[in-house]
Design a protein around this ligand. Structure first.
Ligand code: GDP
Ligand code: IMO
Ligand code: MG
Length: 447
């Protein structure tokens, strides 16, 4: 039994929702630790599709406690929409808890996010427009609104009468937008507060209690390593820390309780929004991956940019997150390809590099160096063990595991729960460290 962090090893949308849902069957507590409604996590169960933005992907298990931690930013309107949707589908949210110290996304955050993107023109980041950057900026600036502020009607009223005029100056003078009416904001948000109140608690305390009772805790990352504010492709990043280190800060636990970190990566790469992407495929092959992988954003519906698997960013994700193992998703999307390319290194101005360059300008000049592998040209969606996989698919997985220098614990071959090969369950393995000294050996022996 182990406490496990699940993170995205690329630029988001790796299939974290699917993997978290899958592992949640053995988890007692699932915690979202950063990000806001920019995230879109899809869980498919028995032909029903759930799109979650803030609610942890463990919510479909009635016994599992789901926590939205202190490091998240909460848009109450979207969260209530999610609660309504679950209720309609007969899924109980009685076990959903919201941290009182999480920050709240306000109407001015959304307006400023969109207006500042417009103003950046060709230098825009391509944000989701959900107010994420401005909410985190106010948190750092110490003028943010926390869930506990929202729960105190009089305090909240005073706070809004102080902050809304300041924000109106920005909206009107900087962006030429109409001002907000403080009273309207207060009425709207106090109604949200009433709906959310039963769920609001001190999350850190609840997690600590679960630790003492030796419960299994799953930490669900949003976004991905390359979108991390400190370690991603700055400035084309989000405003929080999706990396494994962010889980401790965002949930309010110490690193000593973490046993294992799982990185989720697609068998190829996608990215939404602006920013460099060395293995991006602009032509027909990009379109093939986009269509076969249904690569359209869960939150904004934007077309995701598609490209080959990039082991340079993969190895970087292993390093930054201290990954113990990988879950490789969307293998089935490659089923029909004659050949598959994998980026093994970059060429920067004639010099070959294997390590991710921390200088964003150098990263933008990287040309991928590829190794070509044969495709398997047969469907894999019904494979349920490594032995069922075609030899070329096993070779592909083995090649990725060797390049990344971590074992592959899970292989996903379709969106639904069942379309998965669990080589070794990361929650049930021994506590701490690598799951099994030689997981790649398991792949090799299945060959
Ligand atoms: P997340 O943000 O990391 O949770 O990922 P998203 O849910 O935004 O995007 C992943 C998409 O791929 C979703 O539509 C999933 O249902 C789907 N998906 C997940 N795993 C697989 C897989 O192995 N094969 C296929 N074809 N689709 C998958
Ligand atoms: P999940 O959890 C993919 C991207 C945006 C943009 C950048 C900054 O579903 O993997 P923001 O609105 O956060 O200020 O936008 O980050 N982005 C994501 N891309 N998946 C996500 O979440 C993302 N959340 C933000 O497209 O490039
Ligand atoms: Mg997503």
């Amino acid at each position: 039994m182990a406490n496990v962090i699940v993170i995205g090893a690329q630029w988001g949308d790796e299939g974290k929702g699917k993997i978290t849902d899958l592992l949640s069957r053995s988890a007692d507590v699932v915690v979202r630790y950063q990000g806001g409604v920019n995230a879109g996590h899809t869980v498919v169960v028995n032909d029903r599709t759930f799109k979650l933005h803030l609610i942890p992907s463990g919510i479909l298990y009635p016994e599992t406690e789901c926590l939205i931690g202190s490091g998240t930013v909460i848009d109450p309107q979207v969260l209530i929409g999610e609660l309504d949707q679950l209720e309609k589908l007969g899924i109980s949210a009685a076990n959903l808890y919201i941290s009182e110290t999480a920050h709240v996304t306000m109407p001015y955050h959304r307006l400023i996010d969109r207006a500042s993107e417009d103003q950046r023109g060709s230098h825009k980041i391509g944000t989701t427009g959900r107010g994420i950057g401005p909410t985190y900026a106010d948190k750092s600036e110490r003028i943010g609104v926390r869930v506990l502020d929202l729960m105190d009607a009089e305090g909240f009223r005073d706070l809004m009468h102080r902050i809304v005029p300041q924000k109106n100056t920005i909206l009107e003078r900087l962006y030429g937008l109409p001002p907000l009416d403080a009273e309207e904001v207060i009425t709207q948000y106090l109604a949200y507060a009433d709906r959310l109140r039963p769920h609001v608690i001190d999350c850190s305390l609840k997690i600590h209690d679960a630790v003492k009772r030796r419960r299994n805790i799953l930490f669900e990352g949003a976004q991905g390593t390359l979108l991390d504010l400190d370690h991603g492709t700055y400035p084309y990043v989000t405003s929080s820390n999706p990396v494994a280190g962010g889980a401790c800060v965002g949930a309010g636990v110490g690193p000593t309780i973490i046993d294992r970190v799982i990185g989720v990566a697609k068998a190829y790469t996608t990215r939404v929004g602006e920013g460099p992407f060395p293995t991006e495929l602009q032509g027909e092959m990009g379109e093939v991956l986009c269509q076969r992988g249904a690569e359209f954003g869960t939150t904004t519906g934007r077309r995701r940019r598609c490209g080959w698997f990039d082991s340079v960013i993969g190895r970087y994700a292993v390093r930054i997150n201290g990954l113990d193992c990988l879950a490789i998703t969307k293998m089935d999307v490659l089923d029909e390809l004659e050949e598959i390319q994998v980026c093994v290194a970059y060429d920067i101005d004639g010099v070959q590099v294997r390590d991710f360059p921390s200088n964003g300008r150098a990263f933008a000049r990287c040309q991928p160096i590829y190794k070509t592998l044969p495709g398997w040209k047969q469907p894999t969606g019904d494979c349920r063990s490594l032995q069922d996989l075609p030899q070329a698919a096993l070779n592909y997985l083995q090649f990725l595991a060797e390049l990344m220098e971590v074992p592959i614990a899970i292989v996903s071959l379709g969106a639904s729960r069942g379309q998965t090969i669990i080589v070794e369950d990361p929650i049930h393995g021994p506590k701490r460290g690598l799951l099994h000294a030689d997981l790649t050996e398991a792949i090799r022996s299945a060959s």
